[in-house]
Design a protein. Structure first.
Lengths: 723, 284
């Protein structure tokens, strides 16, 4: 009998079968109802043939692992002969020799695949000695790791990398010392694991098991109880989510009830959960005064003492901030600058960035009526966000409520007419990216314009010497215009720094926009030119600075440094006192830091070209002007993340006592301490920074580093001019 | 403050004032037999100018108390302090006609000499010592933080020694006792030499207080230990070096600022008694 085209014929256990060419022996058997036991192989993963339990006899010199052996025409396969069974039994017995029986899974649910196989084979005790016991890892709040029970089948590794694309798990060590490892070899809880549970679901033994997370990750400060799987599956947002997954994570989502007036979360608090409103409405607001810190003399004259005070945009309008109308928060709406309060209702999700990226809460949420909401951990939120129905609803909400604000927040787009915005509303695409995932790559054809909706995006260029970071973009920033306007390829690679979401405007829409609105085109072209010039300068600088330590200390990244000439400085600390005096006792300068030659680079804002302080701000209130000077916007909530992120410790939190809404008594005000982030402002109201002015030894100087250090770096005047 | 070419203008101005004053003194000087120079118009002028310079010099302390007041850059005040303060001595000598006079004026004269000499001593120290400190204590920290940093170094060293024993014991399972014995010289060295040295911030004697002797001690220790522990010894040597540098910084810091304990109180006494002298002289 000839096989049909594309099919091959073979014999398995005396049964003639016909399967498509390329099918493995294992699948050929499975498709024809013949069961071959296995441990390392499951249908949704690529086979690797490491456990060898699926060995079969194909008439060759040695037995073969059926999961990776392609079926061949005329092949005769035996899956259940005495010799095959004996070999398989020995393999299981060897695996059992290292396996703590009963393992956690066997104890909990009685379905450890290895122990089931052993039981079927009648193995109660292994004849082989057990190797040295291996450690357990209890660091993750969601998943317990027992390396002893691991049989190195790699199912978890393939689940993590191939199925979920998280690339956290790998193997470490060789031979008897081999183990699975998280991010190289970190404890699971300290790794970048997102607790998606794929490894746990994939594991055939008790090496990776679910932990009860409620009480450890979800606080009990509010009334609530873990939501049951049935309750969750009944909600439209959880339709199509795996019931097994919800069962395994049944304590990672809690149904909470809030009475009217109760606070759900406060701005600046650190958290790890998101909220989905089932019933009722909440108000979202910022209670920190919408103002920035200004330092100036209280009275005019020689003897005026400097003071720091809070002042809003009306009282002190700063460069490049007049067009900003809204405050970005971690919710589907933005807050209005002049009245930072918004309302959310059933079906709204908030706290997404806190949950996914552990950023501080961006606003205070208070129940406006009796509310019911689901508070969830990252693994549950992640599964929700992957639900197409839910995504579609979220996207529609965004298009309806925030897209226009986001577009209009870009000053260039303020002139777009409503009809065009409405047209764009339906054509843009919202795309999510995982940390480290490339949004577009240098050299790729430019086909879209992007607006950052959530998270942070790193823009970098490849050079012979490595990667050069050009910028970090946050919510409301945009990229992709240079390639589109140039009509060619991407000039830089843009990568999501965290769980980021961007609004993609297709190239044709972008082109229609710039054709219809010439002002937008000319504005974008000017900005593109500015960005390209700045990039060229940075690349030129990279090539022109020869000193390794200059680079290693990040001095090239600085555009203004406070340096102390250590051969003049008597360590009298007058500079620090002056700084503290100028800023209400809160110094923005510490007389310590790295040294370069005979200079101490004091701990004071360097106005870096690569401002890491801006990554993660939950309300996007730290940015820089075109002059690169760091500016902290009025809606800073004083969470301190920028201060933590600054690699040089140059951002401080300045406390102010203000009259603010009493969270415990709505409608009443009470004196509270609120903090605002501050960095060195160069005492801009004065002719010279106070630290420099007060140095009695002519040791303190504010300098442009490349110019100041040019003689040390060997940069000639001609070269500087050329740059 | 470093005295360098940026002081040229002050130097020239001071030299001119001194020269003019010396010429005037030579012209108007009063022989000892004819009475006191201070009582003449020229002597009084020298006294007023000298005392004014002293007051200006003394105002530097007040200027430092209000660092953000825009009343001239602090370095201008410091230069004035140095040069005018120095000039006050010859001016007062011209005022006194190089005589000590009564008990009060004798005390004043001695105070002035001590203040000026201590100031000169301080100026010399502040000219040279910052360079010495920069060169010899590259790991310097803020003076007030020194004790805290030293405590951290002690803790770090103790953890390193403790960890070294544990690490080798784990690596060489089965021969634990032998390895512990191998690590014993390290523990003994730590207990008997390193820890006492790290606990005494002011220690200036002993093998670890001297860089070359310390290097020899650590090299010798390495010979007694298996190669796996050499990294730990290197780390301990680094800790020892940092501690030594901090001790050096502390000593230099005391020199840099210690002289002020003499200079400032005596300056205040000088100004006070100078004012009393002026009041008495003008009144009577």
């Amino acid at each position: 009998m000839n096989a049909a085209p594309g099919l091959i014929e073979l014999t398995i256990d005396g049964q003639k079968v016909s399967v498509p060419a390329g099918t493995t022996v294992f699948d050929a058997a499975r498709m024809n109802g013949i069961r071959i036991p296995t441990l390392c192989h499951q249908q949704n993963e690529n086979p690797v043939g490491v456990c060898r339990v699926c060995v079969v006899d194909v008439g060759a010199r040695v037995f073969t692992a059926s999961c990776i052996r392609p079926a061949e025409p005329g092949m005769v396969v035996t899956t259940n002969s005495e010799r095959v069974e004996s070999a398989r039994r020995t393999l299981v017995e060897l695996l059992m020799s290292d396996h703590p029986s009963p393992c956690a899974r066997q104890q909990h649910s009685g379905d450890c695949e290895l122990e089931t196989l052993a039981k079927d084979a009648g193995i109660t005790q292994s004849r082989y000695p057990r190797r040295t016991p291996r450690a357990s890892d209890d660091s993750s709040p969601a998943i317990a790791v027992a390396h002893d029970a691991c049989i190195l089948c790699d199912r978890c590794i393939r689940g993590c990398n191939d199925i979920r694309g998280n690339f956290v798990l790998s193997r470490m060590g060789k031979g008897a010392a081999a183990d699975i490892a998280f991010d190289g070899n970190l404890p699971m809880g300290e790794s970048t694991c997102v607790s998606c549970g794929e490894c746990m679901v994939s594991c055939p033994t008790g090496a990776l098991t679910n932990k009860f997370v409620v009480g450890t990750a979800l606080g009990r400060e509010h009334e609530g109880a873990p939501a049951t799987v049935e309750e969750l599956l009944a909600l439209p947002v959880f339709q199509n989510v795996s019931g097994t997954f919800l069962e395994l994570n049944r304590n990672a989502v809690v149904k909470r009830h809030y009475r009217r007036g109760e606070i759900v979360c406060r701005e600046g608090d650190f958290g790890s959960t998101a909220f989905y409103i089932l019933e009722g409405t909440v108000s979202v607001s910022i209670s920190t005064p919408i103002a920035h810190v200004k330092t100036a003399g209280g009275e005019r004259g020689f003897f005026s003492k400097l003071g720091s005070f809070l002042v809003g945009r009306d009282g002190d309008e700063r460069e490049e901030e007049v067009d900003r109308r809204t405050i970005p928060i971690d919710a589907p709406v933005d807050l209005d600058y002049s009245h930072p309060v918004a309302e959310l209702g059933p079906g709204d999700l908030f706290g997404e960035m806190t949950c996914m990226n552990f950023y501080p809460r961006s606003a205070t949420v208070r129940a406006e009526s009796d509310c019911t909401m689901l508070e969830m951990l990252r693994n549950v939120l992640d599964s929700m966000l992957k639900n197409k129905t839910f995504r579609a609803r979220m996207d529609a909400t965004y298009r309806q409520r925030a897209l226009e604000d986001h577009l209009r927040r870009v000053p260039l787009f303020a002139t777009l007419d409503q009809a065009f915005i409405d047209q764009l509303r339906e054509r843009v695409e919202l795309i999510r990216y995982a940390p480290g995932q490339a949004i577009c790559r240098q050299g790729d054809p430019a086909d879209s314009f992007y607006l950052v909706r959530l998270g942070f995006v790193k823009v970098s260029e490849r050079h012979a010497g490595g990667e050069l970071v050009l910028a970090y973009l946050s919510r409301g920033d945009y990229f992709g215009e240079i390639g589109l306007l140039g009509g060619g390829a991407r000039t830089a690679t843009c990568t999501a720094l965290d769980h980021a979401e961007v609004v993609r405007i297709p190239g044709e829409e972008f082109r229609a926009m710039v054709e219809r609105f010439p002002a937008v085109r000319s504005g974008l072209e000017a900005i593109a030119r500015e960005r390209q010039d700045a990039n060229r300068q940075r690349v030129a600088m990279l090539g022109s600075v020869p000193l390794e330590s200059f680079l290693a200390q990040g001095l090239m990244e600085a555009q203004s440094l406070l340096v102390l000439d250590l051969e003049r400085c008597t360590r009298c600390d007058q500079c620090v006192r002056a700084c503290a005096d100028a800023h209400d006792g809160v110094t923005r300068l510490v007389r310590e830091g790295l040294r370069f030659d005979k200079y101490l680079v004091a701990t004071s804002c360097r106005q870096c070209r690569d401002p890491l302080c801006m990554v993660g701000c939950p309300v996007g209130s730290i940015r820089r002007r075109n002059s690169l000077e760091v500016i902290i916007e009025d809606w800073c909530i004083g969470c301190g993340l920028c201060a933590q992120n600054c690699p040089y410790g140059n951002i401080n939190l300045h406390p102010f006592t203000v009259q603010a809404d009493d969270p415990d008594a709505p409608g009443r005000k009470k004196a509270m301490v609120r903090k605002k982030a501050t960095s060195c402002d160069l005492c801009t109201s004065q002719a010279e920074p106070s630290c420099v002015y007060a140095c009695p030894h002519d040791a303190a100087h504010r300098v442009e580093p490349r110019e100041f250090f040019a003689p040390l770096l060997g940069i000639s005047a001609a070269r500087k001019e050329a740059e | 403050m470093r005295i360098d070419s940026t002081h040229r203008a002050w130097l020239v101005a001071s030299a001119v004032i001194l020269g003019v004053s010396a010429v005037l003194y030579a012209i108007y000087r009063v022989p000892a037999s004819a009475g006191s120079m201070g009582g003449t118009a020229m002597g009084l002028a020298f006294g007023i100018l000298g005392f004014a310079f002293m007051i200006f010099a003394g105002l530097l302390g007040a200027r430092k108390k209000v660092p953000v007041w825009r009343v001239g850059r602090a370095q201008m005040w410091m230069r004035g302090h140095l040069w005018l303060g120095l000039l006050s001595l010859p001016l007062i000598l011209f005022h006194a006609g190089f005589h000590s006079g009564g008990p009060l004026t004798a005390v004043l004269m001695w105070l002035l000499v001590i203040v000026v000499v201590s100031g000169l001593f301080g100026a010399i120290l502040q000219h040279y010592l910052p360079t010495v400190m920069t060169r010899e204590a590259p790991l310097e920290t803020i003076y007030e933080e020194m004790e805290h940093v030293n405590a951290q170094l002690r803790q770090e060293a103790a953890e390193l020694v403790e960890g070294a024993g544990a690490r080798t014991a784990e690596d060489e399972e089965g021969v634990t006792i032998a390895v512990e014995e191998q690590a014993a010289p390290l523990q003994r060295f730590f207990a008997e030499e390193l820890r006492p040295y790290l606990e005494n911030s002011a220690a200036r004697r002993g093998p670890l207080a001297d860089a070359s002797l310390a290097e020899r001690s650590f090299a010798q220790l390495k010979r007694l230990l298996p190669p796996e522990l050499h990294d730990t010894v290197d780390d301990l040597e680094d800790i020892c070096e940092e501690h030594r540098q901090l001790a050096r910084q502390a000593r230099l810091h005391r020199w840099l600022h210690g002289w002020l304990l003499v200079h400032i109180p005596l300056s205040l006494a000088l100004l006070l008694l100078g004012a009393v002298h002026a009041a008495i002289a003008l009144r009577y």
